[in-house]
Design a protein around this ligand. Structure first.
Ligand SMILES: [Fe+2]
Length: 304
């Protein structure tokens, strides 16, 4: 019998919330990944201009929302940068504080500019922030920010919110104080990882994983390459976001994507795109991935 969706038989199936497996318009499995997300790039200079111009648009009590989310430009997407992660440029203006809160999403930030007096408070511990630092706020840790310097601070936030949304295990809670939580400790913190310290001195090619196993959903690597050096990344199931910490790097991928990124620029590189990172000048590139999620599920795989 020919499939007639208007027939009483199929109408009855729909009424019962059944979909006949033999008459589906789209397959539910396919031979290999066909990512919906695209390689894409965002520029810090453009974000900085727009954030600086946002001065009168964001109420003081929403300082934590003075950010620009890097939305992957694909049909139907209004939030995620890659399948499981989101990145955003955030600024905290001189004298501002962002209220303490916590959430089941894990977060971290790469500081692009922060004069002394810029800090995050994580579970009561003051963590000073300076350019090149990676500052971690694992899932459900209290965190808020302050900028007591006289200049605007900028950083890039990375979170696993798209994955948490997908899992529906979302929780969010504002701190009972309704403001920045009181500081109960300061000094060195394992939640602050200056990229220079992690890489050590020198200019030679080096890749280090940082904060390994601290966040169950997000993997972090710092990639240093001298001018002319390059790293080839295989076609695999991992989704990547790259941000340039220092110098200048060219990111190219199969399919024709090729962009030169300056300090603070960001590129999304979805799964199943072989790609390369090439140092146009001495460069440090931060790689943020969902590899820990996939690894736990046995889904890390490369082509061939
Ligand atoms: Fe947060």
């Amino acid at each position: 019998m020919k499939h007639d969706p208007q027939s009483p038989y199929y109408s009855e199936l729909r009424r019962l919330s059944f979909s006949p497996g033999w008459a589906r318009s789209e397959p539910s499995m396919w031979p290999e990944p066909k990512p919906k997300f695209k390689p894409a790039v965002w520029r810090f200079a453009a974000a900085k201009r727009a954030l600086d111009a946002s001065h009168n648009m964001v109420p003081q009590e929403q300082t934590e929302r003075r950010n620009l989310i890097m939305v992957n430009p694909i049909e139907g997407n209004s939030y995620a940068t890659t399948r499981h992660l989101v990145a955003a440029y955030q600024c905290v203006m001189a004298g501002d504080t962002a209220r303490t809160h916590r959430h089941s999403a894990a977060a971290l930030r790469l500081v692009l500019a922060g004069k002394p007096g810029t800090y995050t408070v994580v579970n009561g511990a003051r963590i000073d922030m300076a350019a090149g630092d990676v500052v971690l706020t694992p899932a459900w840790s209290w965190h808020g920010h302050a900028n007591e310097s006289s200049e605007t601070s900028y950083w890039i936030d990375f979170l696993d919110i798209p994955f948490i949304q997908l899992s529906e295990a979302m929780f969010f809670e504002p701190h009972p104080s309704g403001r920045l939580e009181p500081i109960t400790a300061q000094g060195k913190s394992t939640m602050r990882i200056p990229s220079d310290d992690a890489l050590g001195p020198g200019h030679e090619a080096k890749t280090v994983e940082i904060a390994k196993d601290v966040m169950p959903t997000i993997g972090l690597h710092l990639i240093r390459q001298p001018k002319g050096g390059h790293v080839a990344m295989p076609k695999g199931t991992t989704n990547n976001i790259y941000a340039v910490v220092s110098g200048k790097a060219r990111i190219s991928a199969e399919g024709g994507f090729a962009e030169v990124l300056d300090r603070g620029d960001v590129a999304a590189m979805p799964c199943w795109h072989a790609h390369a990172i090439e140092a146009v000048e001495d460069a440090v590139v931060f790689r943020v991935t969902d590899e820990p999620i996939l690894a736990k599920l046995g889904l890390v795989r490369t082509a061939n």
